[in-house]
Design a protein around this ligand. Structure first.
Ligand SMILES: Nc1ncnc2c1ncn2[C@@H]1O[C@H](COP(=O)(O)OP(=O)(O)OP(=O)(O)O)[C@@H](O)[C@H]1O
Length: 593
């Protein structure tokens, strides 16, 4: 029960609903016991005694009991439903909040499908158990106790003989549960694999079609579909195997009762009405016994779901605020960034950065160049505190960023990444993402600077055009331009351009860069680019190789030196006259650089 003890804070606040629902169910169950008694009275006291005048009163009592029982069952369902829904609501919110606070390190390994199923199927299982399953288990216990007590009070010997098959029934029900539980688990796994296949196929439909791999995908799906079908058939077989046994046990009880009870009635040791009451009480007890396997199954499933949800809720948050974290005053931030001897490695990996020291005074532009995997993006990730630096430090205006409130630190920055994520909302909403009080004029101005205004205006609804979750209908370059405009609207102290113009053509890049000049004025800017044209105006260009700074300086200084920067320049400008290179070389010799 440890799982449910840990989940207590979610359902205990709703204890009023929990208790009311249970009390109503107890009443409904107790009222169910009135029927056998009414039957007994009808036979023994009315029919045998020929007291037919009592029939209307008896009939009215039945109507009253039925109505009251129905009302109690309704209230049980009503309060149970409320309880389950409220608990699920709280849990859903808590999980979603947790997902927001979890750091990048968690998401590096997390699986989208798995997280989605925790927030949906697992929460649904918990909702069902807390709302109804728990009360149902309690109900089984109550029915057995109430019904058993009543049977014992009528004839204890007959009770013991009749219920002799109960242990066998319980044993069979438990065995059934033990078999059906793994079958259900397997079915869930097969279903999850089936849905993952569908999801991946839809997401990667372009790749599938361009490689003409539709038949392969169909085969892949068929295999999974068949596995799911086999599991379903397996579960149905278990069902078919155990239910007749349980029914047999129940019917043996009925046969024993008819035999033994009939003899007692013939001998005059038991009244006929009592035998009839006994008969219906037997079913009153045996009925819920059948369901015991289901209830246990329900319990174990919701316990497993509870564990998965708790695992998420208890997940360690790697990057979090210190107790007295500094909250930056946006007006006072200058944007002076320093990396002091930073060495960093991702978990279980060799260092991605070694001994990095960078001084970026407020308003300066720092460029990064380097091969794939050389650590450029890692520098940016550390600056944004996606991961905590363990060796060395990073400061903003002299304050260690680990001492600064994460939210207020990230508010100072606006990143534009190579991959742009757009929400399924209008372009306007995407542009003003997370910003309040942004006017339409500001949005348009930023879009114009980012060279996005014209293509937005060509769309059917202009700025109100809805774009899909991955920005369906927009080209890579168009999405990047929207991301650039989004960063401009944020008006940050620190601008981060991580391969921000990789998806636009040279001409558009040139135009956007003209806009960048206005944008960069007064802001510290970090630019990661593979094109020298994007970096040449930087105050300092840092060339990285396998996490180590191998060259640094201005464009002219780096051109004048032999090294990777000059080599890259030569490749990229192979079709241009090498005047600039020669000029830089000459100035270098004169000591002007
Ligand atoms: N989230 C991560 N988890 C583990 N290792 C990572 C992660 N991100 C990057 N790395 C590793 O760190 C090293 C540096 O990667 P980084 O992304 O900083 O390179 P990069 O220079 O930005 O490359 P690119 O130009 O391809 O974007 C690589 O070896 C990479 O495999």
């Amino acid at each position: 029960m440890d799982v449910f003890r840990q989940l207590k804070r979610f359902y205990w606040v709703e204890r009023k609903f929990l208790l009311t629902s249970i009390v109503c169910l107890m009443f409904a169950t107790a009222l169910g016991l009135v029927y056998p008694n009414l039957l007994r009275i009808l036979i023994d006291d009315v029919i045998k005694e020929e007291q037919y005048g009592k029939v209307p009163a008896l009939a009215l009592t039945v109507v009253g009991v039925v109505t009251l029982k129905g009302l109690m069952q309704f209230l049980h369902g009503f309060f149970g439903g409320r309880l389950g829904n409220r608990v699920a609501f709280r849990l859903r919110n808590a999980c979603y909040d947790k997902l927001q606070s979890l750091s990048f390190q968690y998401y590096d390994k997390a699986k989208t499908g798995d997280l989605m199923s925790r927030l949906t199927a697992d929460l649904e299982a918990i909702r069902n158990f807390i709302g109804f399953g728990f009360a149902q288990i309690l109900n089984v216990v109550l029915m057995v106790v109430f019904g058993g007590a009543m049977m014992l009070s009528i004839h204890w010997q007959l009770t013991l003989i009749t219920l002799v098959t109960i242990p066998l029934l319980v044993f069979t029900a438990l065995r059934f549960e033990r078999k059906i539980h793994p079958a259900f688990q397997e079915m869930r796994r097969a279903l999850s694999s089936l849905t993952t296949a569908v999801q991946e196929n839809i997401t990667g439909v372009r790749t599938v079609k361009s490689f003409a791999r539709e038949p392969h995908e169909v085969n892949k799906f068929s295999v999974k579909n068949e596995a799911y079908q086999t599991n379903q058939i397996g579960a149905a077989k278990i069902w078919a195997h155990y239910f007749p046994i349980m029914e047999l046990c129940a019917n043996i009880s009925a046969v024993i009762l008819l035999l033994a009870g009939g003899m007692l009635v013939i001998r005059g040791e038991l009244k006929l009405g009592e035998l009839v009451a006994f008969f219906s009480l037997t079913w009153y007890i045996i009925g819920p016994m059948w369901g015991i396997g289901f209830h246990i199954n329900n319990y174990t499933q919701s316990k497993a779901s509870g564990e998965r949800v708790l695992n998420l809720l208890n997940e360690h948050v790697h990057v979090k605020n210190l107790e007295h974290a500094i909250v930056l005053d946006d007006q006072l931030v200058k944007g002076h960034v320093r990396f002091n001897n930073v060495t960093f490695n991702y978990p279980d990996k060799a260092p991605a950065l070694t001994n990095i020291s960078i001084d970026a005074p407020a308003g300066s532009v720092i460029g990064f160049l380097g091969a794939t995997g050389s650590g450029k993006s890692t520098v940016i990730q550390l600056l944004m505190r996606a991961y905590n630096v363990k060796e060395g430090s990073i400061t903003l205006d002299g304050m260690d960023i680990r001492d600064i409130d994460v939210g207020s630190l990230r508010r100072q920055m606006a990143p534009v990444f190579q991959e742009t994520f757009l929400f399924s909302a209008s372009i306007r909403t995407n542009l003003a993402y997370g910003m309040q009080d942004v006017t339409d004029e500001q949005i348009e101005h930023a879009a114009k600077l980012a060279k996005a205004h014209d293509f937005i205006m060509e769309m059917p609804e202009g700025y109100d055009t809805i774009v899909g979750e991955r920005g369906m209908g927009l080209s890579g370059g168009q999405k990047q331009r929207i991301a650039i405009a989004r960063a401009l609207i944020k008006n940050p102290h620190i601008l981060i351009l991580d391969d921000a113009t990789s998806a636009v053509d040279m001409e558009t890049e040139h135009e956007i860069q003209a806009g960048f000049k206005e944008l960069m004025a007064g802001r510290t800017t970090f630019i990661i680019a593979h094109r020298i044209s994007s970096l040449r105006h930087a105050d300092e260009i840092i060339v990285l190789d396998q996490g180590v700074i191998v060259q640094r300086g201005t464009h002219q200084q780096l051109l004048a030196q032999h090294g990777p920067y000059r080599d890259t320049y030569k490749i990229q400008y192979a079709d241009f006259p090498l005047e600039e290179l020669e000029q830089a070389g000459a100035q270098w010799k004169e000591g002007a650089l």
